[in-house]
Design a protein around this ligand. Structure first.
Ligand code: GAF
Length: 395
């Protein structure tokens, strides 16, 4: 697009071009910098993060980008290339939960969480551009929060570790946005690396990058965005979390992480049937994450299909967070040659992923489209994702 880079030289078609253009159009001139943070796909390990368990997400090649310029006052002026809400002006001093409209709740929540942490956030003009589809279950909101957190921390001259940034964005999400989510999504966005998945122990945030390179194995990861809207601030996510807490309390453990597969027989007699199924999902899912890590190390990506399938069945039948569109996406993909498929993210809508031999990609895309049309569902968006690098400064 010919947008000037911060150095003044024209830099057509760089990832930052659109956000620089929008910055010039709304605020004039150039920003102090541009920061980017990716969305994520969770390969496996769902609803295990807030149970102090294991997850294995990867950062994807779709990201939120923010162009930010400090202001001499205490005002945040926020605008996005989605075009909704126009320029929103917020006073840093009077930020409180419920005060920021629409998407601005994410940057406002981050500024609020930084201030609570005693970090002097500067007033700023900020433009957001993102190619993580909104509400698709690929963590579009955490991508925004991680990009803004990285930007504002940098601009305030504070160096924060990944662990601190994770807790800070979780605070923004839990206490400002009002979604009782865990730490998986921001961990993937902050720690991701090209060609790798992030194996995270959510109890102590210890993390290891596990080689995950589908292309090298002749595979693609296809995302099927069902277009079914979901929100973690709705009741379903919180009620699953409450079941897990109840299960842990009745079983006398600090978190469901501390329940092993061998304990499940006894647990069945102690818990009501619904709570037992919720607990069984978390316990078996933790086991599947560990098995997936081992399979990736020992045999590579083509070996993990059955684990993805088992994970989906557990979410559909035990945790009950799937929906007809996600189930259909998974079945259609498998029927047309996917090695494995599962819904990804919090559930109740959003996206499914399928691990597909490159040679079957066309057949899987066609089968999913046909199955959705035959069922009378809205046509899904189907696209490939690659494991990509985590949050960083672009300019
Ligand atoms: C959402 C949450 F934000 C994560 O913390 C995680 O709990 C996930 O749902 C389910 O695994 O993405």
């Amino acid at each position: 697009s010919g947008a000037p880079s911060a150095s003044g030289a024209p830099s057509p078609d760089t990832p930052a071009a659109a956000v620089l253009d929008a910055f010039a159009a709304h605020f004039g001139g150039t920003p102090d910098g541009v920061w980017q943070a990716p969305g994520r796909v969770n390969l496996i390990g769902e609803h295990t993060d807030y149970n102090a368990g294991f997850v294995l997400p990867f950062a994807i090649d779709r990201a939120a980008r923010v162009a930010v310029r400090r202001r001499p006052d205490r005002i945040l002026r926020l605008v996005s290339t989605y075009g909704r809400h126009g320029v929103v002006e917020l006073e840093l001093g009077s930020l409180a939960p419920g005060t920021a409209p629409g998407w601005t709740t994410y940057p406002a929540g981050v500024a609020w969480a930084l201030a609570h942490r005693g970090i002097g956030v500067p007033g700023a003009d900020l433009v957001l551009d993102s190619d993580v589809p909104l509400g698709s279950g690929l963590s579009s909101s955490h991508a925004i929060e991680c990009a803004v957190a990285t930007a504002l921390a940098d601009l305030s001259g504070t160096s924060l570790s990944a662990e601190e940034l994770v807790l800070l964005t979780q605070r923004a999400e839990n206490d400002f946005v009002g979604a009782p989510t865990g730490i998986m999504d921001q961990s993937a966005s902050l720690r991701g690396a090209s060609g790798h998945a992030v194996f995270l122990d959510c109890r102590d945030q210890s993390a290891e990058l596990i080689p995950f390179n589908p292309a090298q194995a002749g595979l693609v990861v296809l995302v099927v965005d069902t277009k079914v809207a979901h929100s973690h601030a709705d009741g379903g996510y919180a009620s699953r979390r409450a079941s897990c807490e109840l299960g842990a309390e009745v079983l006398g453990v600090e978190a469901l992480r501390d329940v092993s597969a061998a304990d499940l027989d006894e647990a069945r007699g102690l818990l009501d049937p619904v709570t037992f199924r919720r607990v069984r999902h978390v316990v078996t899912e933790n086991g599947r994450v560990l098995e997936t890590v081992r399979a990736l190390r020992e045999a590579g990506p083509a070996s993990i299909g059955p684990l993805l399938d088992a994970s989906h069945a557990s979410m559909r039948d035990d945790f009950e967070i799937s929906c007809p569109e996600l189930d259909l996406a998974v079945e259609a993909a498998r029927g047309a040659g996917a090695l494995g498929a599962r819904m990804t993210g919090g559930g109740f809508g959003g996206s499914a992923i399928a691990l597909v031999p490159t040679t079957a990609e066309g057949a899987v895309r066609a089968a999913v489209a046909e199955a959705f049309a035959a069922a009378g569902f809205t046509a899904p968006d189907v696209f490939t994702v690659l494991p990509a690098d985590g949050a960083r400064r672009l300019l």
